[in-house]
Write a protein that binds this ligand. Sequence first.
Ligand SMILES: [Fe+2]
Length: 456
Amino acid sequence: MGEPEHTQKRARSAQGETDSKMEHDREHEVEERVRLFTDLEWDLAGHSTLGPHSVNYHHPRPGNKGSVFFMPNRSFLGEGALHNALQSVKALGLKKALLVTDKMLVKSGAVKTLTDVLDKASIKYSIFHWCDPIPSCAQVESGLKLVQQEGCEFIISFGCHAPHNCAKAIGIAFTNGGSIRDYAGADKSRKPMLPLVAVNTAAGTGAEMDRFCTIKDEHTGQNLDMVDWRLMPALAVNDPTLTVGMPPRLTAATGMDALTHAIEAYVSTASTPVTDASALHAIRLISTYLPEAVEDGTNAKARDMMAHAEFLAAMAFNSAGLGYVHAMSHQIGPAFSLAHGMCNAILLGPVQEYNAKYVPALFIDIAHAMGFVEVGQDSGRAVKAVLECIRTLKDKVGIPKNFQALNANPADFLRLAEAAMKDACASTNPHQPTKDEVCQIFHKAYNLDGVTQSFQ
Ligand SMILES: [Fe+2]
């Protein structure tokens, strides 16, 4: 039996109310969702970190190519890292190493720290210490011969930059065959290199973990630049106890190099949220701990934080690339025999002042990482704070104030500017300068204000 009509009406009406309520709720939900997404978008656009990254990261990219993040197999960090790494080597059953280092580290006794640990672990080694600051092809050939003669199963590099480069070149040429000249360029190898344990003795270059290698061709006088993911060491070691003996001048120069890596990687056109996270924390640690590490090399915390900061900065540039500070420093450094980190420290302010005209918003997070939270979301204030921080940090750690103080010759700047524009690091700078602009940056770095330093 059916229900009375009024009951059915009431039911229909109730059903209608329910439907209309549901419809209303649905509309409300949709509106709410739109509002939430709009808010979220607004947040992303308005937030200093995520805004410039929202869809196309810092910079628009062509196509759907995604990104690649490069890391060594394993990385050992902190006090005890060296011991732990060599225990790992032992566990892998590797028994004989070619130990690649340089004369200074043998002479200073620094290598003994490593050989003592190797002796204790019963790992055999042959020492190869013929490494120029930019190792030559002939040195790589000599290292290759030694690997064959001594039957080495793996390589240990020990030093700041040159030994890692030399070891990478020996390792890749040994397994892939031919001459090291065959591997200049991008990803030319076809086989993994000999296992490499890269032990860092400074806190700066990142060569102990990156995929880059530069060798000098003594026949042509040109550098052979290699970018190859197979050049990354199997084990990267950053034990801060190995950096305690570094003199203030080297601590300052390598630390400013690491800061340059982090800032250039952060503003790079190839940066990603992954590399940004590494870059920003590196900036935070370096601006806090570098002055302490320079002032007191035995400050264990400052050394430990700088070892981590250097690694973080290398994590950033290994995948995001660098910019015009390195492109220019690669020219002026060798031209006047100036240390890489020192050139970077002097160029960092002038190059970022140029970049800030094109990507001012990116300086907000850099300013925050340096501790200037009061700049809020004001990019103008952020740029000023970052440039001031770079200048005061450079003065505080004792970097010479400008290229004039280092006897560079401005007559060479046009030639150096031309060369800088061809450097591989130039391509990921956030804006491409003209030759005149590169020249102007060199002149600005030549006349830069600052404190005259006691050590150069
Ligand atoms: Fe560098």
